[in-house]
Design a protein around this ligand. Sequence first.
Ligand SMILES: Nc1ncnc2c1ncn2[C@@H]1O[C@H](COP(=O)(O)OP(=O)(O)O)[C@@H](O)[C@H]1O
Ligand SMILES: [Mg+2]
Length: 238
Amino acid sequence: MSTLLEVEDLRVSYGKIEAVKGISFSVEAGQVVTLIGTNGAGKTTTLRTLSGLLKPTSGKIIFDGKPLTGVAAHKIVALGLAHSPEGRHIFPRLTIAENLQLGAFLRNDKAGIEKDIQRAYDLFPILGERRKQAAGTLSGGEQQMLAMGRALMSQPKLLMLDEPSMGLSPIMMQKIMATISELKSQGTTILLVEQNAQAALSLADQGHVMEVGSIVVSGTGQDLLHDESVRKAYLGED
Ligand SMILES: Nc1ncnc2c1ncn2[C@@H]1O[C@H](COP(=O)(O)OP(=O)(O)O)[C@@H](O)[C@H]1O
Ligand SMILES: [Mg+2]
């Protein structure tokens, strides 16, 4: 296995408040790695820092052999790191097809882009059926699919998903999780942030539990699913 992402002792602050307090973890190529933890644990801050949207106060980020600290966000996308943000942030007035096109903003291989748009429609048939509709007309779950499809349009080496199941019905949540499994089986490397610990750990190779800015437990998805403290705190058992 080769290491695609290595995060070492990463610290991130908002003013005087340190939101990420020296976390370390890595992602091997082909793996699904999940960061779980309750609201405010620092998961989104971590992903936004990896994407170059926030500047760390210290620590190392090595992606595909290259240091990412100080690299501009669009260059990080070009290096192969894509981010489907919390809350989706699709463009509601643009069509579904246009939203997908925007995900390819750094590419100019027209034929390849068309092929990848088709791939997004294969993965999420509803997006293909509604390709000419304004994205704002989609349901929450469908918008999540669009956000994932858009992130895939940059042909990422690593796909980061921030809370893809947030606010979705159980059925829609299952659909999204099944798609993540499918992407994994196609070889996509994924860093998955979730509050739904059960769903995330069930499909993850590695998991890390974050609490107030620190990683407090790490292990394989299966280990964490069976870990008593994790079960009590995150899987609703007592
Ligand atoms: N823009 C911001 N300005 C100040 N504090 C923030 C900002 N965004 C997040 N925080 C704080 O940083 C901490 C981590 O937040 P966040 O990374 O969003 O956690 P999570 O994604 O795990 O819910 C929280 O205490 C949160 O209130
Ligand atoms: Mg968050």
